[in-house]
Design a protein around this ligand. Sequence first.
Ligand code: NAP
Length: 282
Amino acid sequence: MSSNSAKVVLITGTSSGIGLEAAIAAARAGWTTVATLRDPKRADALRDAADRAGVTLDIRRLDVTEPASVAAAIEGVIADHGRLDALVNNAGAGHVGTIVNETVDDVRDVMEVNFFGVVEATKAALPHLRASGGRLISVTSIGGVVGQPFNEAYCAAKFAVEGFMEALAPVAARLGVAVSVVEPGAVATEFVNNIGIDPERLFAEAGDCAPLLESYVTRTMEQFSGAAQTPAQAAATVIEALTSEQPAFRLQTSDAARAFTAMKLADQDGSAVLGLTGAWLG
Ligand code: NAP
């Protein structure tokens, strides 16, 4: 067991982007930080960032689509550190496509990583978060509030995480666990590259949707090259959910994300809904 009495946070998907920056920032903030990734061979950027920041990370393997690896990582944390104070469900993968052209199995694959991966890690961590009076934080997206063209499966998965967490939050609060979702807009990470889009193939496979898809991809690329946040900026909101005394249920990572989600959200921080549904529990 660790002799360090600092609080322990486990973050999924820390090989790059928001997860990597959140791991560095959590360690800087004094947390014992368990930075997990699905492929330990892809830990170089994380290690380099930790060296540059002068922080120590506990790097472990965790693939959110492999229940055994989720269980092993969390059991390992409890064995070595004796506690778990926060889980950050950050791992996720983008997807561009439409059911007009793709299969139901394509949609299932997107749900597997972006929704069931979150459920898997949450289920494994929850008993330990109850024991510590901890925090459960999930990185969703503005696409978890506003459905966007050619993102049906991805948005559905992020909507699902938002609904799951909003439903869990009042019960978890009674068990001593604070639940938050963090909604980034465009963030300049490997997210778009990791989708592995080959535009020519994508347009060729899009059939009569190709002109619509081209417009969408052009606009999205402009968003990412122009107004995107840095991953460190988005990670700062994760750290706010981790460290602020009474974190909101729903936090957007930027003014642009707040303005965008305001189109749909009458209850932008989630306090009105949770005030109501929490009261149903007596
Ligand atoms: P990123 O740089 O691509 O990071 C995604 C991370 O998730 C990577 O570390 C990736 O690992 C990991 N991952 C993917 N599948 C996994 C699996 N099965 N098990 C464990 N880890 C897995 O992109 P990012 O922008 O930082 O994304 C972080 C979160 O922010 C995601 O949930 C994403 O949906 C959300 N988000 C991003 C944006 C944006 O514009 N970037 C906007 C809204 C929301 P590998 O390196 O092994 O692939």
